[in-house]
Design a protein around this ligand. Structure first.
Ligand SMILES: NC(=O)c1ccc[n+]([C@@H]2O[C@H](COP(=O)([O-])OP(=O)(O)OC[C@H]3O[C@@H](n4cnc5c(N)ncnc54)[C@H](O)[C@@H]3O)[C@@H](O)[C@H]2O)c1
Length: 354
């Protein structure tokens, strides 16, 4: 089996590549990534020699029909996992257009090329093919203090990022309804874990605290998110790929809601315990002007995936956050290369011209 993972060099994509290499020892994985600022080939350096033989990296853009078409001509792709996206809400506020281009048009280009290769002459679909779209709970908008998002909650996105992901979900659904394409959509809550780009809340706070820098918290910090360990998300995506119904949407969540400010305080306490560094303390916290359109609360009802596939999150928040912080402590060079911009040179040195 050959599977295509787009956005493979990003945070969740890279974790998913490792997960699938282990889970499917006979599979080959093609990782397609445009290597934007968020893509990092360093993320693959923990691969064993055997895993490297089964992993094929292609630098390419999902907006570029020829590049995507080349992948499908070169490899007999059985499944597509579309992680490629512009993913940072703050960036979408300052420069929305690239979000619309990649997240909406890029997804449509990928669907279209895939359709061209998977649809047979007799207007049926080649057996066993599946397209899994990785979406987000942010498409549902914001909750009050009570209630949870179900798959039936109407879409009400508030940021250019979440609006672009909602539009992509509609296009993916339309390819199912119009062409019968075997698609599945997952909508997951906030992920955390290794390889998380240090502009996002948890790795940003870890890195700033380690360097005794201020910890900027939006507004009162009482926005609530549901947090899930990235490996639990990867397992959920694999389980809906194996057992999910074509055309269906599956919410994925960690049953683990926390206010942002309590996460920041937990990171401070855990880091201080692990390092013994007394300068890591709550005095570093600085409340800054809130993000425009900031959603107050997300909460996920993941009953459907649990009932249909048996999936449950396995990692407690306590364990997940500790192992994430340990990973950042053991891999400080990884973050330093990003902060210095050195990781961008890695492709030129190691892959360009191949
Ligand atoms: N991080 C989360 O908490 C979270 C939660 C739910 C859903 N998601 C979704 O999961 C996916 C991955 O998120 P992430 O946090 O790993 O993001 P990320 O920003 O870390 O990674 C995105 C990857 O996509 C690549 N990419 C961007 N534009 C591309 C293009 N045009 N063609 C090919 N590759 C391109 C980037 O180079 C990068 O490697 C996204 O679709 C995101 O919407 C993320």
């Amino acid at each position: 089996m050959t599977i295509l993972v787009t956005g493979a060099a990003g945070f969740i994509g890279a974790n998913f590549v490792y997960y699938m290499l282990k889970q499917y020892p006979d599979a080959d994985i093609v990782g397609l990534d445009a290597l934007t600022y968020a893509g990092n080939l360093d993320n693959f350096s923990a691969m064993t020699a055997e895993q490297k033989r089964r992993f094929h990296f292609v630098k390419g853009d999902i907006n570029n029909r020829d590049e995507v078409d080349w992948v499908f001509s070169e490899y007999d792709v059985r499944a597509v996992f579309n992680f490629a996206a512009e993913s940072h809400v703050d960036r979408s506020i300052y420069d929305p257009q690239v979000f619309l281009r990649t997240n909406i048009l890029g997804t449509q280009t990928l669907l279209d090329v895939c359709k061209g290769h998977w649809k047979t002459a007799v207007n049926a679909w080649r057996a066993g093919r599946k397209f899994v779209q990785i979406s987000t709970d942010e498409v549902y908008g914001s909750l009050g203090p009570e209630g949870l998002f179900t798959e039936e909650t109407h879409l009400d996105p508030h940021s250019p990022y979440s609006a672009s992901k909602a539009a992509a979900d509609l296009i993916v659904g339309a390819y199912h309804d119009t062409f019968g394409m075997p698609v599945i959509i997952t909508r997951c809550s906030n992920n955390y874990g290794p390889y998380h780009f240090p502009e996002k809340l948890i790795p940003l706070m870890i890195n700033n605290a380690l360097n005794h820098k201020e910890l900027p918290v939006y507004g009162d910090g009482r926005q609530i998110r549901d947090w899930i360990y990235v490996k639990d998300h990867c397992r959920a995506v694999d389980m809906v790929f194996e057992q999910g119904r074509p055309g269906a949407v599956y919410n994925v969540g960690g049953n683990n809601e926390h206010e942002n400010i309590s996460i920041v305080k937990l990171i401070i306490d855990t880091l201080r315990d692990l390092t013994g560094d007394e300068e890591i303390n709550p005095d570093l916290i600085r409340h800054v002007q809130d993000r425009p359109g900031h959603d107050r609360r997300y909460g996920i009802d993941a009953t459907r995936i649990r009932e249909e596939t048996g999936w449950e999150p396995e990692t407690t928040f306590e364990d997940g956050i500790k192992s994430t912080i340990r990973w950042y402590l053991d891999n400080r060079e990884w973050t330093e290369k990003i902060v210095s911009g050195e990781y961008m040179e890695f492709y030129e040195k190691n892959y360009a011209g191949r």
